[in-house]
Design a protein around this ligand. Structure first.
Ligand code: JFZ
Length: 433
């Protein structure tokens, strides 16, 4: 074991079973809301705008001066999340720009000192809890505002000449930033009651990058796990031994070929996804996914044993824009009648063959198999090698029986109505022996 691995082992002093237990609400719930909100919602052209356009602090200052989310009503956000079928939510308490939505003692660069005039995270936590959702904090390890955060390859003021780093970083002190980071995460873990998840972001080790030594990842995790013993932490702290350095891995592309593994063991995972090409509110971005694509993201994740954290970027005034609202509504309509194929479900047992143009999920507790029909078939639909194994078949959305028979080839043949039911992706629920 490397020294880091050995220290990590001590932090995560629990058995595989205890870990499974700690993560059980999350592997059950499967579907959460990510929220990216900050000063970047004013320029409204991507949350990396400060970096992409190499904006200086003074060029970015107008967004702080004008931040005024007068329509902010987190109860509404929470209601929309719940109605979409989401069971947990994660919000950016601070993104790479360094602006804090929470009332930190360690900075003046916070919502409290804007026209908002208050701790926006406090209200958010209360609202989401009140709607029955679990709450998580995203905290950016990267900070493009803090004067001690050294300029690296990812910084808005990165030099074109690599020899210039040293000169640019005179007077900056990562040890001081590390203390700031530690203190802020401590505030987040102390002042808001029980926090269900911490989502740190992100590491990029290398000569002009940053990793676990810069963040003090081990000390940070020790503190987090001590203050919030039940918390689930993602894997972006550049640690090694546990899962992939956290409780779960976070592939950003949804088409993981199959359930991610480590040392031959399947590990917990959650993909995070945007509606369009930006996490922060992006006014002019037009490449929005449609409802069916979004449902496939969710179903495909569960069919490979994973979760989906689907992002909304609220506007500068504190609303979900209509494009986001429409999609949340679309997902909610489907989840209302089909949620049973998502909650508590996971990848189907390996011996069950997936019919073409379908996605399978399985609930091990109820022994029910769910066939999601991505391309609605004409009348007859066969499940290979399932002869004698299905007790009963029904559509999930309306509980109507689907008649079935066994074929000579050992399949179960289902008699589907010619007319496609009025749900985006119809689901067949099979009660197995
Ligand atoms: C990061 C952020 O830079 C981004 O703004 C957003 O918050 C997103 C959720 O996380 O982006 C990343 C971080 C890590 C990877 C990809 C995008 N990665 O490891 O592939």
């Amino acid at each position: 074991l490397s020294q880091v691995q050995a220290q990590e082992k001590k932090i995560f002093n629990e058995t595989d079973q205890q870990k499974e237990q700690r993560l059980s609400w999350w592997t059950h719930d499967r579907f959460g809301m990510f929220i990216h909100w900050g000063l970047y919602s004013l320029p409204a052209r991507h949350e990396w705008v400060k970096n992409r356009e190499r904006l200086t602090d003074s060029a970015y200052q107008p967004y702080f001066d004008r931040f005024n989310p007068d329509l902010y009503n987190p109860r509404e956000w929470a209601r929309m999340a719940r109605e979409a079928g989401m069971k947990y939510a994660v919000i950016t308490t601070k993104h790479h720009e360094g602006f804090c939505l929470f009332d930190s003692k360690f900075t003046t660069y916070k919502a409290t000192n804007t026209a908002a005039g208050k701790d926006l995270i406090k209200e958010w936590v209360d609202a989401f809890r009140a709607e029955g959702l679990k709450v998580g904090f995203y905290y950016s390890l990267i900070d493009w505002h803090h004067p001690d955060f050294t300029i690296d390859e990812m910084h808005p003021q990165r030099p074109t000449d690599p020899k210039k780093y040293e000169q640019l970083n005179k007077g900056r002190d990562m040890a001081k930033y590390r203390t700031y980071l530690y203190n802020q995460v401590k505030e987040l873990m102390t002042n808001y009651g029980k926090i269900d998840m911490l989502w740190t972001d992100f590491s990029y080790p290398g000569e002009h990058g940053k990793g676990h030594e810069d963040w003090g990842s081990i000390e940070l995790l020790k503190m987090v796990r001590k203050l919030q013993p039940g918390i689930i932490v993602n894997n972006r702290l550049d640690l090694e031994s546990y899962a992939d350095g956290g409780d779960f891995v976070t592939p950003e592309q949804y088409k993981v070929a199959s359930w991610p593994t480590k040392n031959g063991k399947r590990i917990p995972w959650e993909t995070c996804q945007t509606f369009s090409g930006s996490w922060g509110y992006h006014r002019d971005e037009t490449s929005w996914k449609d409802n069916k694509q979004l449902l496939v993201l969710l179903i495909e994740s569960v069919s490979k044993g994973g979760n989906l954290l689907l992002n909304v970027g609220p506007t500068a005034r504190g609303l979900f824009d209509t494009r986001a609202q429409d999609r949340l509504k679309g997902m909610g309509d489907w989840m209302l009648v089909n949620g049973r194929s998502v909650y508590g479900c996971t990848q189907a047992p390996d011996h069950i063959k997936r019919p073409e143009n379908s996605l399978l999920t399985y609930n091990p507790a109820t022994k029910r198999l769910y066939v999601h029909l991505l391309d609605y078939p004409l009348q007859r639909f066969e499940l290979p090698d399932m002869k004698g194994k299905v007790k009963y078949a029904q559509f999930l959305h309306d509980g109507s029986e689907i008649r079935m028979s066994n074929t000579e080839g050992g399949a179960v043949a289902l008699d589907l109505p010619v007319h496609k039911p009025g749900v985006e992706i119809p689901v067949i629920e099979l009660i197995l022996e």
